[in-house]
Design a protein around this ligand. Sequence first.
Ligand SMILES: Nc1ncnc2c1ncn2[C@@H]1O[C@H](COP(=O)(O)OP(=O)(O)OP(=O)(O)O)[C@@H](O)[C@H]1O
Ligand SMILES: [Mg+2]
Length: 226
Amino acid sequence: MNPESCTLRLAGLRKSYRVGEASVEALKGVSLDVFSGEMVALTGPSGSGKSTLLNLCGLIDKPDAGSRELCGTAINGLDEIGLTGLRREKVGFIFQGFNLVPVMTVFDNVEYPLLLLGVPAPARRELVMTALQRVGLEAFARRLPDALSGGQRQRVAIARALVKSPALVIADEPTANLDSTTARQIVDLLHELAHERNASVVVATHDERMSSHCDRVLHLIDGELQ
Ligand SMILES: Nc1ncnc2c1ncn2[C@@H]1O[C@H](COP(=O)(O)OP(=O)(O)OP(=O)(O)O)[C@@H](O)[C@H]1O
Ligand SMILES: [Mg+2]
């Protein structure tokens, strides 16, 4: 594939966590290229390093060794400000626990990434309502997250992730605890995001309903890609 269509390049990533005196080696040298328009599933047993790898992909955490490149920018050379700017512009996150701000309305939750990017108010309104329509929740814009079902909250989280049209979407167990119909909607939305908007989607999942719809399925065992 054309290297220019490569959203994310990971080479030799290692990551350990200190637990008291001991050290847990969570990733033992992971290399991976993710291309635009591609939806990749990351599977593997509990504790195999999926969330650790996603956090490195999404620039939330730093590796102990190895290199990363996001949309052609080498991450190792960036300071904290450069890192934050790149993450805000390029990466959307979807977590199992939704991570919505409970005191903010659905609209305000989805708008927040655009505020951070300094998008002017009229454009923000338009983008937020388009994203909410996309996930079928435009009628819920003024509600608080508490007044929504789990599946609706996850759709708000997806609207928040896609509102800025990120190059890379990271999703950690996005269908855990959701019923089949809702899980299917989430899979379809992520799929469209990758294929219609040419984004790269990396999704950690134990859920066969999810991985069977991905373009590529990767297995992580004990901190190594198989
Ligand atoms: N903050 C942390 N401090 C110490 N150890 C950690 C920390 N986060 C993860 N680990 C350890 O690193 C390893 C990989 O954890 P990780 O959360 O990446 O696994 P996972 O594949 O996402 O698991 P799950 O499917 O249960 O979500 C595990 O041994 C875990 O105990
Ligand atoms: Mg995990």
